[in-house]
Design a protein around this ligand. Structure first.
Ligand SMILES: *Cc1c(COP(=O)(O)O)cnc(C)c1O
Length: 361
């Protein structure tokens, strides 16, 4: 069976070697005589898996020792509530930058629990840029400052972080985690759903500085309290065992096959440059984001003609390039080129786009 080139925004491609390994270990994980799907999460062998996953993530991302790593459920969307419930308890204020639908959802949820302040928004131009931020407009005594680092739907990314001083910076990195090195020490907290760049759906990783734990509101459900999960090694209840195991395989792939995040970044830059160069030189296709804020991971583009867009998506699908239809709020196309998309997949897509342009000129 031929595998397609899958440009889905999420859940998205996994490295083929990870799928092969998972398949090989399906019936018998390392001589245990069981699938990881069947194991007690309290067993020694499973404890080994979750411990190795955390150790690999700490190594690959270079996470400082004063940060906890939590494996949670409920998606990145649950973090929109967990962040304010756990952190918005000093002044009861927090700053938000609205750079897309995920950032907006995070803001709206926070506004239910305290004074959420919109520092800036790029909604005026369909979120096609990252707003310039002026620290003079930030709330000096905010409990935290929230950004969505890579905007999956619109294809923008922060190339520079806001200067928030002593106010902890909190970032949703769901669609850029593991795509390049990131200085964790610049953040109070990071969170990411797994299904873009880490694993299948089902687990959300939280990386939180220890001094930010233990401040949750009284009304916080036990399952929403970071401290509870930190105290219980992410095993207060049954964790998403199999998803965490696949994350371990993905991290091993990044460490051993790719050679770490510096190399991952080089490959991702190479892929993105190929696609953006083509878009910048095409007479038919164009990118929708201002060049200085372009994402390495999500590349939206249009022809400017809805019928031609639909024809392109249809013919691309038939040729084995799937999930290229843009998000319903932007239209056009979007190619998500996460870590697992091979260079060859982007090369072939660009060749296909060239051919389509010639045939439809
Ligand atoms: C996909 C995505 C989400 C939503 O994740 P769920 O796991 O479905 O809740 C939130 N933020 C960003 C940046 C995303 O890309």
């Amino acid at each position: 069976m031929a595998r397609v080139y899958n440009f889905s925004a999420g859940p998205s491609m996994l490295p083929e070697s990870v799928l092969t390994k998972a398949a090989a270990e399906m019936l018998d994980y390392e001589g245990s005589g069981q699938s990881v799907m069947e194991m007690s999460h309290r067993s020694k062998v499973y404890q080994g898996i979750i411990d190795q996953t955390e150790a690999l993530l700490r190594e690959v991302m270079n996470i400082p020792d004063n940060y906890k790593v939590l494996f949670l459920q409920g998606g990145a969307s649950s973090q929109f509530a967990m962040v304010p419930m756990n952190l918005m308890t000093g002044s009861g204020k927090a700053d938000y930058v609205i750079t897309g639908q995920w950032a907006k959802k995070a803001y709206k949820e926070a506004a239910r629990y305290g004074k959420a302040n919109v520092v800036a928004s790029s909604e005026d131009k369909t979120f096609s840029y990252i707003p310039k931020l002026d620290p003079a407009t930030f709330t000096p005594d905010a409990d935290y400052f929230h950004i969505c680092m890579n905007n999956t739907i619109y294809g923008t990314v922060y190339h520079e972080l806001p200067e928030t001083g002593d106010v902890p910076l909190v970032a949703d990195i769901s669609s850029c985690v593991l795509s390049r090195p990131i200085d964790v020490s610049k953040f109070g907290m990071l969170y990411a759903g797994a299904q873009k760049n880490m694993a299948p759906s089902g687990v959300t990783v939280v990386i939180i500085r220890e001094d930010l734990l233990g401040k949750a509101m009284d009304i916080t459900p036990t399952m929403f309290n970071y401290q509870i999960h930190a105290d219980n090694g992410s095993m207060f209840n049954t964790p998403p065992c199999y998803t965490i195991y696949v994350m371990k395989l993905v991290l091993e792939w990044i460490k051993n096959d790719i050679g770490g995040l510096e190399n991952m970044q080089k490959i991702n830059e190479q892929k993105a440059a190929m696609l953006y160069d083509f878009l910048d030189n095409s007479k038919m296709f164009r990118g929708t984001v201002v060049p200085e804020d372009r994402s390495l991971m999500n590349v939206p583009f249009v022809t400017g003609d809805e019928e031609l867009d639909a024809k392109f998506v249809k013919e691309a699908t038939a040729a084995g390039f799937v999930n290229l239809k843009g998000h319903r709020s932007v239209g056009g196309m979007r190619a998500s080129i996460y870590n697992a998309m091979p260079v060859e997949g982007v090369e072939k897509l660009v060749a296909f786009m060239k051919k389509f342009e010639e045939e439809n000129a």
